[in-house]
Write a protein that binds this ligand. Structure first.
Ligand code: C2E
Ligand code: MG
Ligand code: MG
Ligand code: MG
Length: 295
């Protein structure tokens, strides 16, 4: 009929849709091979104490170097991994690699910094998730207290009882938990009285506007107060300027991560970053750009 027979009539819809589907299928097939072919790797973003500017930990962030295409970011491939179920294997690889890398880094630098690993909701619900964590810890020799898992508010609100039991099992091992992108979820926060979270991460959207938007400042202030009144730590993500860091320090936020301090780094570069911190000491030249007036 008319529409379908017009010049390139089908071209209006189908090729575009078909192309998208095909692209997705290609992506999934390629992702399936990515672990075995060593195409996935982790970068680590430093987390800095706002009290003394020491490196307290790192967050592991996944990257995919796709042959013939280049670097693919997690916003592209994590959703595909979740939909296809590949997240179980990829997530296990991520946990094990992060634990091994940070155990090695600890041996190198001689102190106990932590590593935060992002978890997908589907990964946590997968079978044997606790064993996955236990295996990552035992093969790496990393102390459980050096591992933090980052979860979303969405996960805590979805079929909560089962989820909470899984998370409590992980906590019983000594692993700590943080809520990522805090403040951006649908805030039914009743879970927070039922489950003892160790740390809140203030979402970048609030941090980046806390100096220019009164509402963002109010939310940031409230999250810090909430965290501390419930004996949780609080970290700000996406800190890009000294003025933001100063504001956060004044609000008594515990720590921060963001481009001000460092972009996500390869393991070798984290090691170099740590050595620089130690060599220069608290007032070192390399850290002068982070420094704000003491209170
Ligand atoms: P996230 O966990 O909230 O990670 C923070 C994101 O902000 C990272 O993007 C990081 O590179 C970026 N970022 C850090 N500091 C700054 C800053 O100062 N300014 C700006 N503009 N951006 C900053 P990335 O690496 O692209 O990761 C995006 C998201 O993908 C992560 O958000 C996380 O939700 C997810 N993701 C990353 N790695 C994994 C993983 O291994 N597993 C799972 N399940 N999700 C992951
Ligand atoms: Mg995160
Ligand atoms: Mg985050
Ligand atoms: Mg975020």
């Amino acid at each position: 009929h008319g529409k379908m027979q017009g010049r390139n009539g089908l071209a209006v819809f189908t090729p575009d849709l078909g192309k998208k589907l095909l692209e997705k299928l290609h992506l999934e097939t390629a992702l399936r091979k990515a672990i075995a072919n060593n195409e996935l790797f982790l970068v680590y973003q430093p987390q800095i104490s706002l009290t003394d500017h020491t490196l307290v930990g790192v967050e592991a962030l996944m990257r995919w170097r796709r042959p013939g295409i280049g670097l693919v970011l997690p916003s592209v491939f994590i959703p595909i991994a979740e939909e296809s179920g590949l997240i179980t294997d990829i997530g296990a690889w991520c946990l094990e690699t992060a634990c091994r890398d940070i155990a090695q880094l600890q041996r190198e630098v001689g102190y106990e910094l932590s590593v935060a690993v992002n978890l997908s909701p589907n990964q946590v619900h997968g079978v044997h998730f606790q064993q996955t964590i236990e295996r990552a810890l035992s093969v790496s020799g990393l102390s459980p207290s050096s591992l933090e898992v980052e979860i979303t508010e969405g996960l805590l609100m979805r079929d909560s009882e089962e989820t909470l039991q899984i998370l409590e099992g992980i906590q019983a091992l000594g692993v700590t938990t943080a809520i990522d992108d805090f403040g951006t979820g649908f805030s039914n926060m009743s879970y927070i009285t039922r489950f003892k979270v160790d740390r809140l991460k203030i979402d970048r959207s609030f941090v980046s506007k806390c100096l220019t938007d009164a509402n963002s400042l109010a939310v940031t202030t409230a999250i810090i107060a909430l965290a501390h009144s419930l004996n949780m730590e609080v970290i700000a993500e996406g800190v890009e300027t000294v003025d933001q860091a100063t504001m956060l320090r004044d609000l008594e936020c515990d720590s921060a991560q963001g481009y001000l301090y460092s972009k996500p780094l390869t393991l070798a570069d984290v090691s170099a970053f740590t050595r620089t911190l130690h060599e220069f000491g608290a007032n070192g030249a390399d850290r002068s750009k982070w420094m704000y007036q003491p209170r």
